[in-house]
Ligand binder design. Structure first.
Ligand code: ADP
Length: 334
């Protein structure tokens, strides 16, 4: 797995529990979402009921699961965690919904990947606090309506636009999570370093933050790798130099690009003079699957303003030439 992948791996999950902020005050950045959510939760607490359903949209690793757990903690409610792909049949969802306690928080990750029948069951549960449990099969099957206690659904999706509008509209509040600024990631890193009992100075944290792709999960992962390096190759203290040398070993460059990202960019510049070139041709040139280039490498390169997708193919930007230290061909020249 890539060090700069924003999705969680097994290694992350083991430490994430320890690093998760426990309340809104501890949660770094995302000022707007935090302020809005704070109001939603305070109001619900004053009324003494379950909080409104909350939809969180944003890239993996930005803190959606963390916020869901904070919602539960702030409401002093239990939380159940599952995801769209884990719910194969509407019956799976019915089983979860019908076992919810009053006020419980249900976190549904990757909401956009839920099956259609489950989605329709969810509409009814969110709006009318009711599910129809189907008993029996074939013509003799009957739907038995079951009342649910008030609960709070926290749904997460990479993009709110992926959800069917009827589902989106049933959330009382939608929070859009943004990528984090370097200064915010530095705060995340100092906090994590403290919890992991690692010594990092300001310049060391800044160095790691700059390579973390705006994503706390990646920042925490890079911190762990640099900690290894500092422990084995130095005195354990993470300075700017140690962070830079450590991440060089893992081929994460000063802007957060890894080997694959640089291979794609390098091929585009050196073999195709910066493009335009078709995706398939580019993929063959770097010896990767088309999907890998398109889904794994390109989104970050596009976001960083290094690569553009045009109708005629992939094109490198002037920033791409500068980043790899290459000179673009002169217009009119060979
Ligand atoms: P998502 O559910 O969006 O994929 P997570 O909530 O699992 O992301 O967060 C990934 C990791 O990043 C966790 O270890 C979490 O502690 C950390 N993290 C995310 N957001 C923040 C934040 N605002 N402040 C501090 N740590 C954060």
């Amino acid at each position: 797995p890539r060090l700069v992948d924003s999705a969680a791996d097994a290694d992350d999950r083991a430490v994430e529990t320890a690093l998760r902020p426990k309340d809104l005050a501890e949660f770094v950045g995302q000022e707007r979402v935090r302020e809005q959510l704070d109001l939603v939760l305070r109001a619900a607490r004053q009324r003494g009921g379950a909080a409104d359903h909350v939809l969180l949209s944003g890239a993996p690793g930005l803190g959606k699961t963390t916020l869901a757990m904070i919602v539960a903690a702030e409401m002093a409610a239990p939380i159940r965690i599952t995801s769209g792909p884990a719910i194969q049949h509407a019956g799976d969802l019915a089983a979860i919904l019908s076992s919810l306690q009053e006020g419980e928080v249900l976190f549904l990750d990757e909401l956009h990947r839920m099956s259609r029948p489950a989605e329709e069951m969810l509409y009814m549960a969110m709006e009318d606090l009711r599910v129809d449990v189907v008993v029996g099969k074939g013509p003799g099957a009957t739907a038995i309506p079951l009342e649910l206690p008030p609960f709070t659904l926290v749904g997460a999706t990479t993009r709110a636009g992926l959800l069917p509008p009827p589902l989106r509209d049933r959330f009382g509040f939608t929070g859009h999570m943004e990528f984090y600024a370097p200064a915010e990631l530095e705060r995340v890193l100092h906090r994590s370093a403290h919890l992991l009992d690692v010594e990092v100075d300001a310049a060391g944290a800044a160095e790691i933050a700059g390579r973390s792709r705006g994503t706390p999960r990646i920042a925490n992962r890079l911190l762990r790798r640099v900690r290894d390096y500092a422990q084995v190759k130095a005195d354990g203290v993470i300075t700017r130099e140690i962070a830079a040398r450590g991440l060089e070993v893992y081929e994460v460059d000063d802007r957060g690009l890894d080997r694959l990202d640089r291979a794609v960019l390098g091929a585009l510049l050196k073999l195709f003079s910066g493009g335009p070139v078709g995706l398939s041709t580019l993929a063959v040139a770097v010896g990767e699957e088309r999907e890998t280039v398109e889904e794994v490498a390109e989104p970050f390169l596009v976001r960083e303003g290094l690569l553009a997708r045009t109708p005629r193919g992939r094109v490198a930007t002037p920033a791409a030439w500068a980043h790899l230290g290459l000179t673009p061909p002169q217009p009119g020249g060979g």
